[in-house]
Write a protein that binds this ligand. Structure first.
Ligand code: BMA
Length: 322
C-alpha cells in the first residue's frame, strides 16, 4: 500500500501560497507523559510510514530530543524518554541540552543536526540507520551557533550545512552561513549565504534569519523554508519565508520572499510559552505537494501546505533583490 501523505487542498477562496492544516495543531504540548511542550521538530519518510525527531521540553523545562513514529505523518507516537546516543565519529562529547532538531537522509543514513549545549549552544551532529540506535558525532562548530541544516546531497563532493552564528542568549542578530565538510567531522570554507533584510524592505526578517527545513531540489533550484525575526515592542516575532538557491552553487541565492509566507496569526501561534512564533523545521514532498512542519509559540507542532506549482512562481514574482 502506498504511504499516506499528509495533505489538504487550498481552501476555497484562499489566495495565499501557503495554507494551514484545518486541524492544527497536530501535536499538543502534553502529548507525552513528561512534556511541557513539543515544537520545532523534524519528520522524514521512514519504512512504511514516517519517523521524526521531536523537541520536547519536559516539565523541569529541560530541552531534549525524542524519537517518534507515525503512519500518516499527522498522528504521532512520541517516546517518553530522550534519545540516547552512542559514540559516532569521536568519543562521547558533552551535551548539556539538545533542541531544534533537523533530520536529513544523505546516501545511506539519516543525519540529525540540533542545537547542542556545549558551553553554550552550537551545532550537534548525529546519525541513525533505523531510529533505534543513534550515534553522536563531533559538534560542527565552535559555540555559539544555531539552526544547523544539512543539504540532502553532497555539493561538489562535500557535505554542506547552513547555520546561524549567534550569541549565548536570545541573539539580537543573525545571518545564514554555508559551510562544507569532506567527512562530517571537520567543517570549513564558511560563506555568508543570506543576510537579514532591510527594515524598510521586509521588516519581518530584519533582525535575524535562520535556516528551517532541509533543502528540496526543484526544477528552479534548492527550495528552503527559513524563519525571519523582527524585534517588536512585545519581543521577537518569528515568521516563515522561503528562498531558492542555485542548484550547482547554493551559495548563490536566486530568490527570497519579500512578504512572509506564514506569520503568527492563529491562537496556537499567538498564545503559548513564547507567543508569536512560527518556526519551520521540516517539509515532506510528494510530487507537487509539500507539507511544512513548524513549531508554534514554542509549545505545539503545526502543519501547513503548499504546491510547488503555486509556491515557486510566487517566490519568483515576490522576491527581494538578491
Ligand atoms: C530561539 C530558539 C528556538 C525558539 C525561538 C523562539 O532562540 O530557542 O527554539 O523557537 O528562539 O523562542
Amino acid at each position: 500500500m502506498a504511504k499516506k501523505f499528509p495533505w489538504e487542498e487550498r481552501p476555497e477562496g484562499c489566495v495565499d501560497p501557503v495554507w494551514r492544516y484545518c486541524a492544527n495543531p497536530i501535536i499538543g504540548r502534553y502529548q507525552t507523559a513528561v512534556s511541557n511542550s513539543i515544537f520545532n521538530s523534524a519528520v522524514v519518510p521512514f519504512g512504511e510510514g514516517y519517523a521524526g525527531v521531536f523537541r520536547c521540553d519536559n516539565k523541569a523545562v529541560q530541552m531534549n530530543i525524542y524519537v517518534g513514529f507515525s503512519d500518516d505523518a499527522i498522528n504521532w507516537r512520541i517516546s517518553d524518554t530522550p534519545i540516547k546516543f552512542e559514540p559516532g565519529n569521536t568519543e562521547m562529547i558533552d551535551s548539556e541540552y539538545k533542541y531544534d532538531p533537523r533530520v536529513t537522509w544523505i546516501e545511506d543514513r539519516y543525519w540529525i543536526t540540533w542545537c547542542n549545549g556545549y558551553n553554550g549552544p552550537t551545532i550537534g551532529i548525529g546519525y541513525t540507520f533505523d531510529f533505534k540506535t543513534f550515534y553522536q558525532c563531533e559538534n560542527a562548530f565552535l559555540p555559539f551557533n544555531r539552526n544547523g541544516v544539512l543539504f540532502p546531497e553532497r555539493i561538489n563532493g562535500r557535505y554542506a550545512m547552513m547555520s546561524r552564528p549567534s550569541d549565548n542568549g536570545h541573539t539580537p542578530f543573525g545571518d545564514i552561513f554555508l559551510s562544507y565538510s569532506p567527512d562530517m567531522k571537520y567543517w570549513g570554507e564558511h560563506r555568508c549565504l543570506m543576510k537579514v533584510a532591510p527594515f524598510t524592505e521586509s521588516a519581518w526578517q530584519c533582525t535575524k534569519i535562520g535556516a528551517g527545513s532541509v533543502p528540496v531540489l526543484t526544477d528552479e533550484g534548492w527550495l528552503i523554508f527559513y524563519h525571519g525575526v523582527i524585534n517588536t515592542c512585545r519581543g521577537y516575532r518569528y515568521s516563515m519565508g522561503a528562498a531558492i538557491l542555485d542548484r550547482n552553487n547554493p551559495e548563490k541565492v536566486l530568490y527570497r520572499t519579500q512578504p512572509y509566507l506564514l506569520a503568527p496569526a492563529e491562537p496556537y501561534e499567538l498564545t503559548g510559552d513564547v507567543p508569536g512564533v512560527v518556526f519551520p523545521c521540516a517539509s515532506l514532498v510528494d510530487g507537487d505537494k509539500v507539507a511544512i512542519y513548524y513549531g508554534a509559540a514554542d509549545t505545539v507542532v503545526a502543519l501547513a501546505f503548499t504546491r510547488l506549482s503555486v509556491l515557486l512562481p510566487y517566490i519568483k514574482a515576490n522576491s527581494l533583490p538578491c
